[in-house]
Structures are given as structure tokens and as C-alpha cells.
Design a protein around this ligand. Structure first.
Ligand code: 3PG
Length: 405
């Protein structure tokens, strides 16, 4: 992919796609983790120091979810960590935003509001189609170039990711560049066993990731938690009780059971929890074996933690993404926390991604950068490791071949 060493922007007005999509506390609407907000300092400072003015653009959550919020707090945090003013513009492509962009002075940095407030952004379509979107048509004439530093959204073929490279001189930022080169190096090393610990709520992504890992035989073991574990448990024929089945149904996950079953039948090295921590009537918490679940599943149980930890300790490469339980609730953090501790204690190399798991690192001082890669990516990280071609990278390559020349 083209980098800032291949295309050196100076004195230009640039649109910079970052991914500061962060976990949000559903009760307060405040951000729980700011690691993605801190991640872009190098790219932003380098571009500002070269006299460019920058318009930062990012998404946050998805319509209908509690983390679908405006980017005002993000702008405050960006200003704080960059130690410079990042002005928040409460608009994406309307007249207010366009006027403000036109009047920018050299060295100024602004952050537009959540790009997913524009419905087009939610469509996954090829770059040529997105090049004709209103978002791209309205914003691109205001810029000299486009920098994509949003590695974490590289798996989405959305307008702000693949549309702009078709019409603007475009390159990857430093975060994108470093993630791609570091991950390729660590992951391709001839080190076995490779253990994946996959949890969290993005089940459709996880299924896609697991299908790729299994097809290419990249994982020696896949330890599941969260909703993805429930899905595989049901696919194996376990009865998780009415309430848990209703949750899977409400989230539209029942239709994924045949895909999970196919993965199991094709010999995928999938491990499912042997016990769960559940919440029962009146908020009572109990541990129950997976074949005798009566409460609502909220975490993996302690026997499972022990078994999973032993696999993690023997691994040479550990990839973790997505929590094992509902970590927002103190009572259900333990599974994820203990597996993370085992991974940090292990001799293996740890690659960790996804805002929720990273928030559990809590800025831990024990992290040894030569043993741990904290990725800005979640789904994108896993799909990249699983060998999928990421639309963002393809669009940058295409742009370099066809738009720059
Ligand atoms: C992520 O957190 O994985 C990225 O920000 C992409 O978000 P999305 O899954 O809502 O597209």
C-alpha cells in the first residue's frame, strides 16, 4: 500500500479517515476506552508539521445501538492528547461543514461529526459505486488529498473508506502502515500453536473470521466466549434454555446456526465453554455446566477459565478479540480478565484487538511491547490475520495505480 513516504503531502488540505469508534458506557453515554483516540497522534502531528490542514472523519457505533453517538467528547480527547485545538464541527457534509472546510487555515485540525449520521455510509458497495455517493461528491472537491489511517475499519467497503481514494490522491497513514507490517511479520512467523480467543457481540464478523481461519488452517485452537460460544454450543446440540435462545433469536443469530454447524463438521478446532456464569431471578449469580444452563449466560465459568488458560499458556501466538462476558458489569468481568492475565503471563506473543478487551488492559504497565501488539483493529485485525483482502487496502492500491498516475 502507498504510505506517507510514497506521497508526501505538504501545505495541502487533507481529509483524514481515522477510526475513533470507542466502547461507550450505556448508562452515561461516556467513552469507556480512549486507546483509539490516542493512536493517531503520530500521523496527525506529522501532517500538521508539514503545513497541512486536516479534516478528521470517523464513525462511532451503528444506528439503533447505544454507542451510536456524536463525536463531541472524542474531539475534546483528541485536543487533550494532541495538545492542540481540534475543533468539533457538528455536521458531516452539509453547508456548515463545507463552509468551515473552505475557510480552514494552514495547520488547523477539525473533526467532523459521526460519518454514519449519513445513511449512505452504512452501505457496503464497491469503490466505483461509492465514488458517486453524495458524501464523496460533496466533500472531495474541497480537498487536495485523502489519508486513510483507519485500520480498524479496513474491512468495511464503505464510502468514507473506499470512495475517496477513487477521486483523490490517497495514501495510508502511519497507524495503517504499522499495523499491516507488524501483523504480517508476527503472524507469518513459523510459531505454533496459534490460539485464538474470540468473544464479544459481533457474531456475524466472528463467524466469517472463523470460516477463514478454518479454511486456511491458521488456528490450532479457537477458544470461544460471549455470544459466539452460545451459537456454537447450540450448533453442537446443547440446550441453553429458553431465555438464552430468545436472546440469540432477538439478535437475529439463529440463522447462523447452520454455518456454525458446518464449521464444526469440517473439523474446525472450536472449543466451547464447559460451564457458564449465569444471572438468575433477582440478580442471583451462579455457575452452571453448559448442558444444564437455567439462567441468562453472562460470562464463562471457572472450569472453562482453567482449561482455556492452560491452552493459552502453551501457545506461541495468542490472538484475543472480544470479551468472554458482559464486562460492563463488574460481576461478569472475571472470565475475560483471567484469560488476559494468562496471556500476559504466557511465553507466547500476544496480539490483542477490539476496544472492550483493550479497555481491560487498563494501561497496564506490565505490557512488554516486544511481546504484545495492541492493535487498533477488532474485526479488521482478525480478517487481516485470516488472510482476507481488506477493501481499504485494495482501494488505496487501486488509487495509487490509477488516480495518482
Ligand atoms: C470496529 O470497532 O471493529 C470498527 O470500528 C468497525 O466498526 P463496525 O463493526 O461497526 O463496522
Amino acid at each position: 500500500i502507498p504510505t506517507l513516504d510514497d506521497i508526501s503531502f505538504s501545505g495541502n488540505k487533507l481529509l483524514v479517515r481515522i477510526d475513533i469508534n470507542s466502547p461507550v458506557d450505556p448508562k452515561t453515554g461516556k467513552l469507556i476506552d480512549d486507546s483509539r483516540i490516542k493512536a493517531y497522534n503520530e500521523t496527525i502531528k506529522e501532517l500538521v508539521n508539514k503545513g497541512n490542514s486536516l479534516v478528521l472523519i470517523s464513525h462511532q457505533g451503528r444506528p439503533g445501538d447505544s454507542d451510536f453517538i456524536s463525536l463531541e467528547e472524542h474531539a475534546e480527547l483528541l485536543s487533550k492528547y494532541l495538545d492542540m485545538n481540534v475543533e468539533f464541527v457538528e455536521d458531516v457534509m452539509g453547508p456548515y461543514a463545507r463552509e468551515r472546510i473552505k475557510n480552514m487555515k494552514s495547520g488547523e485540525v477539525i473533526l467532523l461529526d459521526n460519518v454514519r449520521f449519513v445513511s449512505e455510509e452504512l452501505i457496503e458497495a464497491p469503490p466505483t459505486q461509492h465514488a458517486k455517493s453524495y458524501l464523496v461528491k460533496r466533500l472531495s472537491p474541497l480537498f487536495d488529498g485523502y489519508v486513510n489511517d483507519a485500520f480498524a475499519t479496513a474491512h468495511r467497503s464503505q464510502a468514507s473508506i473506499v470512495g475517496f481514494p477513487m477521486v483523490l490522491k490517497s495514501t495510508a497513514g502511519r497507524v495503517m502502515e504499522k499495523e499491516v507490517s507488524a501483523l504480517a511479520k508476527i503472524f507469518n512467523a513459523d510459531e505454533f500453536p496459534k490460539v485464538f480467543v474470540l468473544g464479544g457481540g459481533k457474531v456475524l464478523d466472528s463467524i466469517r473470521i472463523i470460516e477463514n481461519l478454518v479454511k486456511r488452517r491458521l488456528a490450532d485452537r479457537i477458544l470461544t466466549g460471549g455470544l459466539i460460544a452460545e451459537l456454537f454450543a447450540v450448533a453442537k446440540g446443547l440446550d441453553l434454555g429458553k431465555e438464552n435462545m430468545q436472546i440469540l433469536e432477538k439478535k437475529g443469530l439463529i440463522s447462523l446456526i447452520p454455518r456454525a454447524r458446518k464449521i464444526l463438521l469440517s473439523g474446525g478446532p472450536i472449543e466451547i465453554p464447559v460451564d457458564f456464569k449465569v444471572e438468575k431471578e433477582e440478580g442471583k449469580v451462579a455457575e452452571e455446566p453448559s448442558n444444564k444452563v437455567t439462567g441468562v449466560i453472562k460470562d464463562i465459568g471457572s472450569t472453562t477459565v482453567g482449561i482455556y488458560s492452560s491452552f493459552i499458556k502453551d501457545a506461541k501466538v495468542i490472538v484475543m478479540r472480544g470479551p468472554m462476558g458482559v464486562i460492563e458489569d463488574e460481576r461478569f468481568r472475571e472470565g475475560s480478565k483471567k484469560l488476559l492475565d494468562s496471556a500476559l503471563e504466557s511465553q507466547g506473543y500476544l496480539i490483542i484487538g477490539g476496544g472492550h478487551m483493550i479497555s481491560m488492559l487498563g494501561g497496564s504497565s506490565e505490557i512488554n511491547p516486544s511481546k504484545v501488539h495492541v492493535s487498533t483493529g477488532g474485526g479488521a485485525l482478525l480478517l487481516f490475520l485470516a488472510g482476507e483482502r481488506l477493501p481499504a487496502l485494495e482501494a488505496l492500491d487501486l488509487s495509487y495505480k490509477e488516480v495518482v498516475k
